[in-house]
Ligand binder design. Structure first.
Ligand SMILES: Nc1ncnc2c1ncn2[C@@H]1O[C@H](COP(=O)(O)OP(=O)(O)OP(=O)(O)O)[C@@H](O)[C@H]1O
Length: 226
């Protein structure tokens, strides 16, 4: 469960990225966050794993107020979150397998079970047998799948993805959207931001719409309108 209560985020220099945002996402929901460039989507997403903190207001994840979470406690929080953020780039000097393994290495997972989980995550995103390859040799859509496999390898209950279909050809983008739907159908709470909400319309998601740091829409998607 993700709860935002009157969340305000000012950046240094005075820019207001979020101007008092409140909503509640229940377990098992599929939520698409849309809004123009600069509306505050990335900021909202970064508040959940505490990459950024609210200036005022409260963010609660699975009942825990994370607004003032000590830095040393953030790895425990992030263990239950799958993150595909703008800044979560792949390591290009490592194999696909090593990239997906990374979160398990960080959490000190037993190596043999970790290898099994990586193989399962790669299979889940349609990249089984590709673990030895380098990310640079993969298409943009396949690289995004590696990032998604890395996000789900810890079997998170919440998956957060910031513009995962940006820069992808329409066919690849649709495949990625379908992948998020299948995670959601398997019980994962999914929050995904996009400029193209129509891409996810078939999944009948709940749509949150941000404009200038304010929540201006909250409801079921209608047709393929963006
Ligand atoms: N670290 C930062 N320091 C200062 N200002 C920032 C910072 N991060 C974001 N902003 C500003 O906050 C506003 C909201 O940015 P944010 O990235 O959340 O929007 P967005 O809706 O995700 O946009 P986009 O779709 O272009 O990624 C923007 O005007 C941006 O310039």
């Amino acid at each position: 469960m993700i709860v935002f209560e009157q969340v305000v985020k000012h950046y240094p220099g005075g820019y207001t990225a979020l101007a008092g945002v409140s909503f509640e996402i229940r377990h098992g929901e599929l939520v698409v966050l849309s809004g123009h460039s600069g509306a505050g989507k990335s900021t909202l997403m970064k508040l959940i794993p505490v990459i950024e903190r609210p200036t005022t207001g409260t963010v609660r994840i699975n009942g825990q107020d994370v607004s003032h979470l000590p830095r040393r406690a953030t790895p425990y929080l992030r263990r239950n979150l799958g993150l595909v953020l703008q800044e979560s780039r792949l390591l290009y000097d490592r194999s696909v397998f090593d990239n997906v393994m990374l979160p398990l290495v960080i959490t000190g997972h037993p190596p043999r079970d970790a290898a099994r989980r990586v193989a399962a995550a790669l299979e889940r995103v349609g990249l089984d047998g590709r673990g030895k390859e380098r990310p640079a040799g993969l298409s943009g859509g396949e690289q995004q799948r590696v990032a998604i496999a890395r996000a789900i390898v810890n079997r998170p209950s919440i998956l957060i993805a910031d513009e995962p279909t940006a820069h992808l050809d329409p066919d690849y983008a649709r495949d990625i959207a379908d992948l998020f739907r299948s995670f959601n159908e398997a019980g994962v709470t999914v929050l995904v931001s996009t400029h193209d909400a129509g891409l996810f319309a078939a999944s009948r998601p709940r749509r949150l719409v941000l404009a200038k740091g304010m929540l201006v829409g909250d409801g079921a998607a209608v047709g393929a309108a963006a």
